[in-house]
Ligand binder design. Structure first.
Ligand code: ZN
Length: 409
């Protein structure tokens, strides 16, 4: 057999109609009329075949905010989940254990605070926790896992310490040759003071936040010297009106990420395709939004995925494109309508299909509304039915696995 797996008749964004072949967990060929000599041939006519999505800002644990990625990944196409600062030096071993048990890829950004996000926030109020030398040693010892430094800068997190945690994070990142992702939020410190410190390749997450609202000369100057703007939706980090003003100023985000965590996963975020639909609703074209969720986040951290070029990891997502007027809501209950949405039909990591699975129970410190509880129960019931349904033939993904339950938004 020439190939292990072959997708035929699909549409590859940026390429057009193309077959995609996989061998030994890598992309082996992309183009028209690839040899059908494959162990498994999957007909994806009418569907979109994209690189597995790369979520540049998520929280897979350990601690207050962490969620399990696999039970969401299999139905959303997200094959790389960057853990954005859940772990600091003291808690990295816990993240390692989490990562060892996941099917998806989990690169990490090390929190400059050694305690990471074990608790709710405030991790950089005690500067003794923001130890530059310790962060450098930790990165050096875990190069395979750590791709950058995370610093959260807002009033709650830093207390009276101003931008000092950011200075320390930048020093550690500079010593290790990796970028910093900075979270922005409620001042002080002032947003401009934060932006002015950032280097080319550093990342501002929550870039369209209604709390910090990056607009004007400082953010334009940062963008011009190569600072990247990342959405990082989260429970408070995304506002349609801010994004729309940024788009009018020519400040389109470089990357779209969810900041998916225990308090955003049941709304307003839900998942990455839903977040992507919000950018579509703001007027960005699909090709842009797909690049912002694949090749660009991968490039920002030097990750191997995010592309369907030959030799890349065979991380793939198969999507059905639905057109309509889909209501989407930001973190401040502003409503817009997306002209289309991507519904995931199948997700592959290193050429292996992710199987449907249930998520763990919600942790006791996360309050759910009655509506969220009902939506969760409905999804669990549907998924249990799906998991016990007999699988039929391999001639078509929809027959193999019925479409995932529609999202609750
Ligand atoms: Zn976050």
């Amino acid at each position: 057999m020439t190939y292990d797996l072959l997708f035929t008749g699909g549409e590859v964004p940026g390429t057009g109609p193309a077959d995609v072949a996989v061998r030994d967990g890598l992309i082996a060929a992309v183009g028209a009329g690839v040899s059908e000599d494959a162990r498994t041939v999957v007909d994806v006519a009418g569907l979109l075949v994209t690189p597995g999505l790369v979520d540049l800002h998520a929280h897979v644990g350990p601690g207050y905010w962490g969620i399990e990625p696999d039970p969401i990944a299999w139905r959303t196409g997200v094959t790389t989940w960057v853990d954005a600062g859940s772990a600091g030096a003291y808690t990295l071993a816990g993240l390692r254990r989490v990562v060892a048990g996941t099917d998806v890829r989990v690169p990490a950004l090390l929190n400059i605070s050694a305690v990471g996000l074990a608790g709710r926030t405030g991790e950089s109020r005690d500067l003794d926790n923001c130890d530059t030398a310790l962060a450098i040693d930790t990165v050096q010892a875990h190069r395979d896992l750590i791709r950058g430094i995370k610093v959260r800068i807002d009033r709650e997190t830093v207390g009276d310490n101003g931008v000092e945690p950011l200075r320390r994070g930048l020093a550690a990142a500079q010593a290790c040759g990796i970028p910093v992702m900075v979270h922005i939020g409620t001042a002080p410190p002032a947003l401009d003071e934060v932006l002015d410190l950032l280097r080319p390749g550093d990342i501002v997450t929550h870039c369209a936040s209604g709390i910090a609202a990056p607009l004007g000369p400082a953010v334009r100057a940062a963008r011009e010297r190569g600072v990247l703007l990342d959405i990082g939706h989260g429970s408070g980090g995304f506002a349609f009106d801010v994004l729309e003003r940024q788009l009018a100023e020519g400040l389109a985000p470089d990357t779209v990420s969810t900041d998916l965590h225990a308090r955003s996963v049941h709304g307003p975020v839900f998942d990455l395709p839903t977040t992507m639909a919000k950018l579509l609703a703001a007027g960005l074209p699909l090709t842009e939004v797909l690049a912002a969720a694949t090749v660009r986040p991968a490039r920002a951290l030097g990750l191997p995925g995010g592309t369907l070029t030959v030799g890349a990891p065979a991380d793939l997502a198969v999507f059905r494109v639905e057109e309509g007027a889909f209501e989407v809501v930001d973190a401040h209950r502003q409503v817009r309508h997306a002209p289309l949405r991507l519904v995931n039909e199948a997700t592959y990591v290193a050429g292996r299909r992710m199987i449907p699975r249930l998520g763990p129970p919600t942790p006791p410190w996360i309050p759910l509304t009655d509506a969220q509880r009902a939506a969760l129960a409905r999804r669990e019931r549907d998924l249990r039915a799906l998991l016990t349904a007999p699988l039929v033939g391999a001639d078509g993904l929809a027959e193999q696995f019925p479409r995932p339950t529609p999202r609750s938004q």
